[in-house]
Write a protein that binds this ligand. Sequence first.
Ligand SMILES: Cc1ncc(COP(=O)(O)O)c(C=O)c1O
Length: 434
Amino acid sequence: MTNQGNNLDKWYSHYADRTAGLAASEVRALFAVASRPEVVSLAGGMPFVSALPKELVTGAMERVMRDSGPAALQYGSGQGLPALREHILEVMALEGIRASVDDIVVTTGSQHALELVTKLFINPGDVVLAEAPSYLTAITVFKSFQAEVSHVAMDEFGLIPQALREAITRVKAAGKTIKFLYTVPTFSNPAGVTLTWERRLEILEIARSNGILVLEDNPYGLLYFDGPPPHAMRSVEEDGVIYLGTFSKTLAPGFRVGWALAPHAIREKLILANEAAVLSPSSFTQYVIHEYLAGADWKGQIETFRGVYRERRDAMLAALEDYLPDLSWTHPAGGFYVWVTLPENLDSKSMLPRAVKELVAYTPGTAFYADGGGRNKLRLAFCYPTPEFIREGIRRLSTVINGELELLTTFSQTGPLKTVKPSASMINPPANLG
Ligand SMILES: Cc1ncc(COP(=O)(O)O)c(C=O)c1O
C-alpha cells in the first residue's frame, strides 16, 4: 500500500483493514458531553460504586499488602490466581453453574474475554449471530475482527427461537460460516429483557443441532430485583457454551477483573491468547478481590446493590408512566437498562443534540445494531443517577420528545401530539440538579 496519508493523520493508509470496524461509537462521543454535571445522563451504564463501603476495599488492600505483598505485585498466571478462581466457582454456583476451577480463565474484565474469544474464532467474513439489539461494545469487537454480524430478533422474553432458526437457514444458504451466537440472556444490555427457561433450552438445542457455539455474556444475572432469574445457559450445557462473568457490576469495574468459563480445549487456547495479550491479568486486583470475597459479606453487598438499583428502576418506570404514558418500554426485572420505543416517525439519534441541549442524555438505539436498525429506539440506564435525577431526566426527555412530535405535526400534519399526565413533580421539578 502506498502511503497517501491525509491532513489529520499521515499514517492513515498504514492501518490494517480490520481497523475499519473501529469507528468512534455514539456512546464515546456522548460521554464527553453527558459527563457535564448539569446533564442528567441516562446514557452510560456506570455502576453506582459509591454504594460499596470504601473500608471493604481498603481493608482488603491492606491485608493483601501485609500478607502477600510481593506476590500481589508480581506477574501472575496467564490463567488467573487459583484462589480467586475457587471463589469464582462459588459466585457462578449462585446461577446454577457447576464447573472445574481449571476451566476458568481470568481476564481483564469480561470485555477482554469477548475480545479473546473473537480473536480465537473469527476469520474475516465469518458470521456472528447476535441478538437484536446487542451490547454495543461486543458489536465493536466483532466488527474489529471483520466478522459479519447477523442479528436475531428478540421480544420481551428474549431471543426468539424461530428467528434463530431462520437466521441460521439464511446465513447457511448464503454459503457463510457461523462461528457463534452472542447473547446476554439475563437482564440484557440494552433491552433489559430476560430469556425464559424454556427458550434457553430451545436455543441451546438449536445451537447444538447446528454446531453453533453459544457465547453467554452474563454481567447482570445477580442483580435481580424481583426474585432470581432462570439459571445460566451454561448450567445445562458444558460443551457448547463459553460463559463470561465479571466483578464489574457486583463489586466495581475499576478492578477490571472478569472471567471466561470454557470447554477444556477452548480454555487452553484462551490462556495462550490471554498470555499473548497481557502476560497475566492484574495480580494485584485479583488478590484484592480474593481477599474481599474471603473476608467481607459479599452476598450482603450484592443485596445492597440490588436495593439501590431496584429503587432506581422503580423511579424510572414510574417517571416514564407519568411523563410519557403513550410510549412503550421494557420492564426489567434486574440489571441496568430500560429500552424505549418511540413513535415510528422519530429518530433517536437525530433527536440527541436537542436532548443534550435540554440537559438529558440517552443512548440512541442504532448504537446497538450492526445494521442500522433501532432508529426509533433508545436505551435509558437507571444505574447511576439518583431517583430524583432520574425523574427529572425523564421529565426533560418528555419535553424533547413532545417538541419533536410537535415539529413533525406542524410540518407534516402527521403524528398525534403527546398528552402527559400531570404530576406534582412536573409542576415543581426537583431543585438543585446541577
Ligand atoms: C453485556 C456486557 N458485557 C460485557 C461488559 C463489559 O464488562 P467488564 O469488561 O467491565 O467486565 C459490559 C459492560 O457494561 C456489558 O454490559
